[in-house]
Design a protein around this ligand. Sequence first.
Ligand SMILES: [Zn+2]
Length: 381
Amino acid sequence: MNRCLLFVPINFLVAGILTFCVNSLTANPWRKAAAAHWTERARLLWPVRTSGAVNIWLIPRFTFGRWLRLVAMTWSIRAGSLGVLVLSALLMPDEFGLASVVVGGSVLAYLLALHFGLYLRFLRWWKVLVLPDRRLRSVVARTAQRMGLREPGTWLLDAPLAQAFALPATGELMFSSRLLDILTDDEISAVCAHEMGHLTESKSVLAGRIAGSMALYPLIFLRPAAKSGPLAICAIGVLVVLSAMLNRKLSRRMETRADKIATENQVEQGLFAGALEKLYCDNLIPAVSTGKRKAHPHLYDRMLAAGIQPDYPRPAKPQSMRWSVFLISIALGVLIGRELRGDQTLPLHAGRENCDYCPIVCAVVWLFEACISQLSPCFTK
Ligand SMILES: [Zn+2]
């Protein structure tokens, strides 16, 4: 066997152990705060989650089997969207012409198909998406009746995070099993009203959402654009940044609207705010997050907007990162520097002349960490 191939498992193992140890260390302040209010624990955990992106290890109700399935599913979905973009960018010819139109058109059709049902098929294929039980079906039916809307198609997602999603393109809803475990029927109904609010968004908003989710799509034309000159590259850059910004603005506006609809359609005053608080508490999401650029407003503000004053003062913002990010960045910088100088003195690199695998493994480990925390990019939470 080629000696270089040995570096794949060795690097993966070393990177895995290192990541686990560093993340465990950075989580110490959170562990010490076990008796604190949930908002403080969520605040302390947040930078660990964003830094390590291995939050799944830190949530005790995950078993290894469930975690593994979740990772496999996330990877396959990521490969099915980001992977297709990377592949098509590599396949794109050097100049604009019929071939570039065929590649670009195929990718566009695929991305649209994801919105219009293919994504759900992926989840069904992984057996994490099943038909709803009688309880969920009747809560959704009651909520639709109360709001004077048609009963939407509903799915149950076998996931350990308490979440609900609307899929505006197909007019369907998705609730996680964990959400059903921790909320009462009336609270589920309040969350359902929020999600159904998304299903009543206009066609132009839906078009904006779909366009926004394709913010990275223009990047696949970088190769022919490079031939056309710097202006074409700048145009692609501007398009990517603009669509990402517009998407965020649109999402924020629609989340505020859906919250208002949920508040107006709850069975009893305070139900929606209480349900939201339970979800954030269970998932340990801070009540005030790091910035204003998130799709959802802060929980604290969402509760106030729903007419409920939380019985605790407004928590401070969490740190955005932990020291581990800087440590790993410096280590990575040193490694890249040595690599560029052709330095072969690092223990893992010794004797691996002409080995092309290490950068690939590093990229794989990085992707592994990055994607693990983002489970459903196409959906509206
Ligand atoms: Zn929403």
